[in-house]
Design a protein around this ligand. Structure first.
Ligand code: MLT
Length: 263
């Protein structure tokens, strides 16, 4: 079921399907909840799956000049409250959704039962990468999403996805191209100043699964395995034949990794 729900002056579009322990799926940049279609379908059989469009993205309004990862995390805590979710959730975030996951766990620890982070990073941006994001934010506001699509699309997929599943690439391009330029700029500005959480990872006390894409060019598997090693008792899985969009590229393997972790 797709719901519209007003929280703190923002009207969210949220997929809310199934009954059971809550699995919160948080999308990457600059996408929307439809990237999780295969996970929603699979896990709604056993869980209540909540997959929102983040502030400004997809069918959610409320874009600001800049949105920090902390703000997105607080937005999600408010959204869960509005959806009457009282028990701690399984928080699953991809890439920017992973940056938000770290902040959510730091700021709302009692709301998290288990953590899944996929295709993401713990480090902050280098000064050059941060400066590029700020430049790109200005460009997007003038020219629309095309320059972001041009910069990101070649880095998102494993070669076999390009060869065998062009439909997935079209779908992601469509998501990028229909994203609100104001939201894209705001998230770029927020990601540019996101904190480095590497030193905090040994303090994580919830069961954590780290999922890497074998050929991820944005969050390389080796870098993810290195930070995963800092998380006590972590489970770490590398999805073969997947790039940055592992849940869309290899949905069965991705779902199997989560199922195995949830037990
Ligand atoms: C994402 O997929 O959310 C982005 O690649 C994150 C980023 O730009 O660092």
């Amino acid at each position: 079921m797709l719901r519209k729900i007003d929280v703190g002056g923002v009207r969210y579009r949220v997929a809310d399907e199934g009954v059971g322990p809550v699995l919160l799926l948080v999308h990457g940049f600059p996408l929307n909840h439809t990237m999780w279609r295969a996970q929603i379908e699979e896990f709604a059989r056993t869980h209540r799956v909540i997959a929102p469009d983040l502030r400004g993205f997809g069918g959610t309004d409320g874009a600001l000049y800049s949105v920090s990862m902390q703000q997105f995390a607080d937005d999600l805590a408010e959204l869960l409250e509005a959806l009457a979710v009282e028990e701690p959730v399984i928080f699953c975030g991809l890439s920017m959704g992973g940056y938000i996951a770290w902040q959510f766990l730091q700021r709302h620890p009692s709301r998290v039962a288990k953590l899944v982070v996929s295709n993401t990073r713990a480090a902050s941006d280098s000064p050059e990468a941060a400066a590029n994001r700020l430049k790109m934010a200005d460009i997007v506001l003038k020219e629309g999403p095309e320059p972001v699509a041009w910069a990101m699309m070649p880095k998102l997929f494993a070669q076999c996805t390009s060869d065998q599943c062009p439909r997935i690439i079209d779908e992601v391009r469509q998501m990028v191209m229909t994203s609100n330029p104001v939201a894209i700029a705001a998230a770029h500005r927020g990601m540019a100043v996101r904190p480095d959480v590497t030193g905090w990872l040994p303090e994580i006390r919830v069961p954590t699964l780290v999922i890497c894409g074998e050929h991820d060019a944005i969050s390389p598997a080796a870098e993810m395995q290195a930070f995963a090693g800092l998380i006590p008792g972590v489970n770490c899985v590398v999805i073969p034949n997947a790039g940055h969009m592992a849940p869309m590229e290899q949905p069965d393997l991705f779902n199997e990794a989560i199922r195995g972790f949830l037990g």
